[in-house]
Design a binder for this molecule. Structure first.
Ligand code: ZN
Length: 181
């Protein structure tokens, strides 16, 4: 898999990935208030410096949103429960609700920031179904533009990354904050 234009890639190669120490690329530090049963905080949860480095763009109470470091399209988002679980049927009612809510917000953010012609949303359960990281559930939200599939088909394994991922993280984090309020 090659990238036509990826200024972040050299930094990525030179920098130690935060995930190398934690073991799972989708495990981030759980907010303290999640451990505080019964207490719900409606205010926006701020991102940590590690979140920024790991391309997290929004923290919810049980679910967060991050940019895919290896996107199929610029703006490719993933909505992920904090809990490290692989079984879709283990998601709780409140996790389900927040996943759906943050997928809706993700669509609003993409609509505002990327103006896509369409959006693919979905989940791959298990490596046989195409999940790159099979042991931590993650839902994809991928912006699409008319004609992009034909182009991708022509160039095969080459993906276009037209913007530095760290710039996208800043822009999207701000958009999530403004849209969630
Ligand atoms: Zn995990």
């Amino acid at each position: 898999m090659e990238n036509l234009w990826a200024p972040w890639r050299m930094e990525y190669i030179l920098k130690k990935k935060p995930s190398e120490s934690s073991g799972c690329v989708f495990c981030v530090q759980t907010p303290d208030f999640v451990l505080d049963k019964g207490v719900r905080i409606s205010a926006f949860v701020p991102l940590t410096q590690e979140d920024v480095e790991r391309l997290v763009v929004c923290r919810g109470q049980e679910v967060f949103v991050m940019l895919n470091r290896y996107p199929y399209a610029a703006g490719h988002l993933m909505v992920i429960p904090y809990r490290h679980i692989m079984d879709f049927t283990e998601l709780t009612v409140s996790e389900n609700a927040e996943i759906m809510h943050l997928m809706q917000v993700s669509c609003k953010v993409l609509g505002r920031e990327c103006k896509p012609d369409g959006i693919n949303m979905g989940i791959n359960l298990g490596s046989a179904a195409g999940a790159g990281i099979a042991d931590h559930l993650h839902f994809h939200v991928v912006p699409r533009w008319a004609g992009d599939s034909q182009f991708i088909a022509v160039v095969s394994d080459v993906r276009l990354i037209p913007e530095h991922l760290e710039d996208t993280q800043k822009r999207f984090a701000l958009a999530f904050r403004e849209i969630i309020g």
